[in-house]
Design a binder for this molecule. Structure first.
Ligand code: BJW
Length: 235
């Protein structure tokens, strides 16, 4: 741990579970309540925009009622106190990392509190509903969609992520099932580049065997302990 100078962290829905946000693939999770083809694909949006806009309005509204947990706060502390380089990549569209104190968060699957205009292609901060078809703040067209990455779409900032993984000494995956690519492939990219790999998850994920180390438990317990280890090793 003392030799670790560059860390890439990937987080998923599990890190926000203890804050009260549903994960996707757990029993009772979002994909049991809604068909993924209907609410998380461009084709689903084209078929029934009201359903999709309502789904994301509901999740944006729910976000206002939850708070970051100990795992989000611990990663913010790591960002502040770690002497080396850190890239925090999240698949989550919530803003709990930012509200937990992290300043530099790469949202590879977009953000609930951002709108993407299908007319002018601009992204705008967004805190209101979309199902009432408000105008784009930039071009005024009533063409907003949630600024999230659906299946078949390209995640954000892939070049920056791959560049950081190529340089990393340690890749850490927290609270993600490893079911969705390209994020699920990052551990193999990190291994290929000689990095240490660590998984912190409630249970072994689909890609668990790729990780050199795997710890099972709640993110709210595992992440603060791991951050203490990194910082006490002089990182
Ligand atoms: C806890 C816990 C606690 C619970 N503490 N842990 C290669 C092979 C096969 C298919 C593909 C492939 N490459 C691409 C594809 C196609 C597709 C894909 O992956 N399909 C799979 C179904 C196989 N991928 C795409 O289409 C992606 N685009 C793409 O690949 O573009 C081309 C490209 C080419 C080359 C390079 C780069 C790109 C886009 C994927 C978009 C995913 N979008 C969603 C919706 C976002 C908006 C929204 O939020 O609604 O993103 S789907 C959904 O899944 C969401 C999540 O970010 C993502 C991952 O889910 P996550 O976070 O892992 O949640 P869960 O629920 O699955 O797991 C939670 C985990 O936490 C569990 O393990 C629990 O045990 C654990 N947990 N409580 C710790 N307290």
């Amino acid at each position: 741990m003392a030799e670790i100078e560059r860390i890439v962290i990937l987080t998923g829905a599990g890190i926000s579970a203890e804050s009260g946000i549903d994960t996707f693939r757990s029993a009772g999770g979002l994909w049991e309540q809604h068909r993924v083809e209907d609410v998380a694909t461009p084709e689903g949006f084209a078929r029934d925009p009201d359903l999709v806009l309502g789904f994301y309005d509901m999740r944006r509204e729910a976000l206002a009622k939850v708070q970051p947990n100990a795992a989000h706060h611990a990663l913010a502390r790591l960002e502040q106190e770690f002497a080396g380089e850190l890239l925090l990549v999240t698949q989550n569209v919530d803003d709990l990392h930012e509200r937990g104190g992290s300043r530099d968060v790469l949202h590879m699957h977009g953000e609930l509190k951002s709108a993407l205009c299908l007319s002018c292609e601009m992204r705008s901060p967004w805190d209101a509903t979309m199902s009432d078809r408000p105008p784009c703040p930039v071009c005024q067209a009533p063409s907003l969609r949630p600024d999230v990455v659906w299946f078949g779409e390209m995640p954000y900032q892939m070049e920056r992520i791959y560049a950081a993984i190529r340089q990393a000494d340690l890749f850490v995956s927290i609270g993600t099932s490893g079911a969705v690519y390209p994020a699920a492939g990052f551990v193999r990219d990190a291994l290929d580049c000689g990095a240490q790999t660590l998984e912190l998850n409630l249970e072994r994920s689909e890609g668990s065997h790729w990780f050199r180390h795997s710890r099972q438990g709640k993110a709210g317990d595992l992440v603060p302990d791991w951050v203490d280890e990194v910082l006490s090793a002089g990182g």
